[in-house]
Design a protein around this ligand. Sequence first.
Ligand code: ATP
Length: 255
Amino acid sequence: MGWRRNRKTAAESEAIEVHTQAQEAAATAVDPAKPLLVVEGVERTFQTGGQPLHVLKGIHMELLPRQLVMLRGRSGSGKTTLLNMIGGLDQPSKGTIFFHGMPFHDMSDDQRTKVRRKEIGFIFQAYALMPLLSAYENVELSLRMAGVPGGEWKARVEHCLELVGLAKRMHHRPFELSGGEQQRVAIAKSIAHRPSLLLADEPTAELDSQMAAQIMSVFQTIIRTEQVTICMTTHDPTILEVADHVYEMVDGKFI
Ligand SMILES: Nc1ncnc2c1ncn2[C@@H]1O[C@H](COP(=O)(O)OP(=O)(O)OP(=O)(O)O)[C@@H](O)[C@H]1O
């Protein structure tokens, strides 16, 4: 895609920027029947040692508002690669991705970063918390980084930590919390700036089945209360039943 981006004129970039701002404004008024994200014919090829590696081979999918969607598949099937595209961290070699009507496949890194900061939250397998900061301070940091006005931090941090069931542990640091609790802090952190889409890469992989079930229950709560859509990858067959939709990936394609 690099060559296409380089060839885009200033006027075209500006048009996308204006489009982006308009779409971002529209994004706050979510229509429950309208997809938040539409992926059409997405392919991703990496060049490794001079050889092309076809990792995604024609993906079609959509995410509707307030859905819990799972991408399931064996290691190496391409789940993380797809999640990175959906989150605007990477771009397809072919195909289109529209997020709130914005063409992620055709936007510059800067344009996608702006949308991502406002509209998307990420949760990873390893909790990505700052070890010297308390749960409260970790969540507050994400609001600070998202540019949310300081006057709103306290109420929002407390609300998010309450939602994930950690009201009583706000001032604990990560090492004083269990793995499941740390993952719940990471969830509070990821929703604090009110994204419309939450992407989670193997969020339960490090947890036992009871803690994994707690995480899924927290996901269901935040879909209901924060109106967020969640797309997550998993290997774990025991949690699939809570999904609204499961996409099964084999060798870069859905079956
Ligand atoms: N930047 C890259 N350059 C080259 N190859 C890559 C790159 N990113 C991913 N791959 C390859 O793409 C394939 C799919 O990787 P991906 O991480 O998407 O799989 P996955 O289904 O998420 O696996 P896991 O469940 O183990 O995380 C792998 O063979 C991987 O080595």
